[in-house]
Design a protein around this ligand. Sequence first.
Ligand SMILES: Cc1cc2nc3c(=O)[nH]c(=O)nc-3n(C[C@H](O)[C@H](O)[C@H](O)COP(=O)(O)OP(=O)(O)OC[C@H]3O[C@@H](n4cnc5c(N)ncnc54)[C@H](O)[C@@H]3O)c2cc1C
Length: 538
Amino acid sequence: MTSERRWNGWGDASVEEALKPEALAFLATRIGTPAPRPDAPFAAALAQVEAQASRLPAHPLVDTRAETRLRASFGQSMHDWLRLRFGVLGRVTDGVAFPAHAGEVRTLLDWARGEGVQVLPSGGATSVAGHLTPVGERPVLTLNLGRMTRLLDLDPVSQLARFEAGVPGPDLEAQLRAHGYTLGHFPQSFELSTLGGWIVTRSSGQQSARYGRIEQMFAGGTLQTPDREWVLPTFPASAAGPDLREWVLGSEGRLGVLTEATVRVTRAPAAEEFVGVFFPDWPRALAAVRALGQAKLGLSMLRLANPAETFTTLTMAGHPQAIGWLERGLGLRGVGEGKCLLFAGFTGQSAAQVRAMRGAAARVWRAHGGVSTGAFLGRKWAARRFAGVYLRNSLWDAGYAVDTMETACDWPRVDAMVRGLESAGRTALAVHGERTHCYTHLSHVYAQGSSVYSTFVYRIGPDYDTALARWQALKAAVGDAIVAQGGTITHQHGIGKDHVRWLPAEKGATGMAAIAAMVRQFDPDGVMARGNLLGDAA
Ligand SMILES: Cc1cc2nc3c(=O)[nH]c(=O)nc-3n(C[C@H](O)[C@H](O)[C@H](O)COP(=O)(O)OP(=O)(O)OC[C@H]3O[C@@H](n4cnc5c(N)ncnc54)[C@H](O)[C@@H]3O)c2cc1C
């Protein structure tokens, strides 16, 4: 069976995640009942693209049909969704190429440079930061790497795998698993996002505590810059001046097209377990995950929900009787209102190794009042780890927008950051007479600090202008709060166009000038992924 991707939402069009009646009742109480509104039909969107004639000269590798352009012009940011769902598309790409190998990428870059065409590389188009919005005066060619998915070489001696950079998560893992290896990079967008996209946006997977962020996995690769090929060799470590891989990591398409990447892989684990642990309150839960992160026990995941997220998860799961039993059991052990749910991951090469890690971790969480519910909830989480994102579609259909903002900061700031983000989200929409339901989890825990990931659910609004104003107000307020609380503007989603205005706050004038100079060095004509990182649309 072939699957078609949703043109105006998340994922496989044949997959539906129905909202439980308890979830709808809960949201109606928290933020009100939205008025139903229809989405713009596909045919109307197509007509809008047809009305924007492509400005590209003809090229045998470039597809300028309206449907291809429509499907290639949007990522997954709320702004992308608003434009698609309300049928206010704005500018779309002028054409799309799907190169089959690095040679065709080179041909297309040379052609684009000669014709004064901008190039916007794309992978899985799962950006949630506006990376894929075409900007600037010149025609835009989207260069999609979706056909470049091969494992080119696996070196089991050094545990290095060389891939074409367009390979999406499931395909990459299947090719490695066939040889007994894993990359272990599992962002929630795993189903669609690609190796190249992960690298150039500095992505972080759910089990980064064991496998590292993509920065730790990226050993070297090949970048087709606008005028030449640039190869980064692999070394286990090097003291030879600045590490040039760092220039590619986070480059967001500005330096060229990453066509191949060599990544550090690991033997596929023989044993793995996820355990759900409840804490009586947020201060004790926070102290526990910090202690766990700093104890360096080798866990693969620590994911701690605050009381609001724990309550939301349990309520929206829609099993009131089972949850009632769980809560009565927890109550007998001193865990009641205000409880926080931690999922801890244990991954290893034997069941004994996993048991030993779990035993060591249990001593830490018990010392902080943690009560384990065993592997049952963990198994449920693992089974649905990539399915939950489909709820974004059904929540939208019910009239609710779901947006997320994320950051990372040192431990002394984490608690204030959580409160600051949720408070900013609530206040931002109160000005519009709307309520926001906010909740937060810590998704990646480090010895130094933690990532902080907040979700905001609110009513979309009756028309495009209202919906846009609500989203913009929320984004601005939460972005400002992140900077005010001393966090990075993004721990894993990148800058794109949506986060450009906050980048100078953390890089400073010298840092911004250095980034601009680096972009100019690789791309003197300014043809690559304009607008990303630097906001240089014009
Ligand atoms: C539901 C959902 C959940 C998500 N969960 C996570 C998560 O858990 N962790 C996380 O880190 N992120 C997450 N993201 C964000 C997103 O998936 C990541 O930013 C991802 O790394 C983007 O990869 P992509 O292949 O989709 O890139 P795209 O969205 O296609 O592109 C992103 C940027 O990378 C550039 N680019 C892509 N491929 C190349 C290439 N080969 N060469 C040069 N430039 C290139 C593009 O020009 C663009 O600027 C999530 C997104 C969604 C929608």
